[in-house]
Design a protein around this ligand. Structure first.
Ligand code: KG4
Ligand code: ZN
Length: 364
């Protein structure tokens, strides 16, 4: 049975609805056929995602998005082998929309249901192939810096579903640091992409903000937000137009501070995992392969910093294509495919979880 699963072509529908993006994707084994996402603009002026509005928008978007994904993949729904959905972590009302749809779809088509952890899926997005040619994928074990709106973690990946969190934020996530800094400057939500855009035209050394001294591989971002807030409060007393006049330099400086905080810890994590590599181009130097994942991995400053580290230290790096950095269903579909091969199916009684599956090690 497992052997048959390995040699056949399997079409998996992936559904992602954990936050404010409704997304559906179809994968044929590990090759992506379609990946359709409906973003929700309703949250822009609220400074963050409004859970009730997000659930309602998912309800409106889910059927058209799934229909579009099936159409773009040029298949019919009876060809699907399985349906994979994000079970958590995320907003409960949002997760319920995707979960309920996936359950009904699986019952209606009599195909297996597969639950996927959102954070594992961000990491597994590095295994998506864009066509049948083999693009390089990380070698196990590898290190991933997962940086999103809700999480900032170092994960050591020994196998597809053997992942260990070896460091994480003790307060805000890196994405929150971007979004909250943007909100303080009066920019709409999500602020990360806007800070990235404005930073391109600014001087990253113009302003400096203090960085916390946190031990080991953990992070803290809440102090940065506070120091940014107090800095602007003082400057605005002297000049009411301070933000507008210095927008580009402020964005470049805050982005550089966040990226430096991430990269300092990443260098430490690479030192600590040195020697674990079994094979691969960087093995001679002892480095494990290193990947970034999650919405903040779209940040041009972080991507550039990782490329610089590759050139400087000889790391073998994996940066996801932009469409797989922020929330998407392609990553749910690839995680679903690997679970499908294992025969790891869920029951109709599976319920969403809002918080992390477990501190330290992922639930599998
Ligand atoms: O992974 P994601 O799409 O959703 C979560 O799982 O949280 O990550 C969203 C986060 C938001 O905080 C958003 O501001 C941030 O990723 N983000 C960025 C960029 N694009 C998205 N942050 C900095 N630079 C970007 N280019
Ligand atoms: Zn995410």
């Amino acid at each position: 049975m497992v052997f048959l699963r390995l040699i056949m072509q399997h079409y998996i529908l992936g559904i992602e609805s954990s936050c404010d993006d409704t997304s559906a994707a179809i994968i044929c084994n590990d090759v992506i056929l379609s990946n359709i996402t409906a973003n929700q603009d309703v949250h822009r002026n609220f400074g963050g995602v409004v859970p009730e509005l997000a659930s309602r928008a998912h309800q409106q978007n889910i059927i058209p998005v799934i229909e579009a994904a099936i159409k773009k993949a040029n298949i019919v729904k009876n060809q699907l082998s399985s349906v994979a959905f994000t079970r958590g972590p995320g907003l409960l009302g949002s997760l319920l929309v995707g979960t309920s749809f996936a359950k009904a779809f699986s019952l209606g088509l009599n195909i297996p249901l597969i639950e996927v952890d959102h954070l594992q899926a961000h990491i597994l997005s590095h295994f998506i192939r864009n066509d049948t040619r083999s693009n390089p994928v990380p070698d196990f074990p590898f290190l991933c810096l997962t940086v999103s709106g809700g999480h900032t973690q170092f994960v050591l990946i020994r196998d597809y579903f053997d992942m260990q969190i070896i460091g994480q934020t003790i307060d805000d996530a890196a994405g929150e640091a971007f979004d909250k800094s943007a909100k303080i400057m009066g920019l709409p939500y999500p602020g990360g992409p806007l800070i990235d855009k404005y930073a391109q035209s600014g001087d990253p050394k113009r302003f400096t903000f203090s960085k916390p001294n946190i031990q080991g591989l953990d992070f803290s971002f809440s102090g940065l937000k506070t120091s940014f807030l107090y800095f602007l409060r003082d400057e605005l007393i002297k000049d009411a137009d301070f933000i507008e006049k210095n927008k580009f330099d402020l964005c470049a400086s805050i982005q550089t501070t966040i990226v430096e905080m991430l990269m300092t810890k990443l260098r430490l994590a690479m030192e600590q995992t040195r020697g674990l590599a079994k094979s691969g181009p960087a093995k001679a130097r002892g480095w494990v392969d290193v990947a970034i994942a999650g919405g903040v991995s779209a940040n041009s400053g972080l991507r550039k910093a990782l490329e610089n580290a590759r050139d400087q230290f000889g790391w073998n790096i994996f940066i996801p294509p932009l469409q797989y950095s922020t929330d998407n269903a392609a990553m749910i579909a690839i995680a679903g495919y690997f679970k499908f091969l294992k025969g790891d199916f869920s029951s109709q009684s599976a319920t969403p979880y809002a918080r992390d599956a477990g501190r330290g090690t992922f639930e599998t």
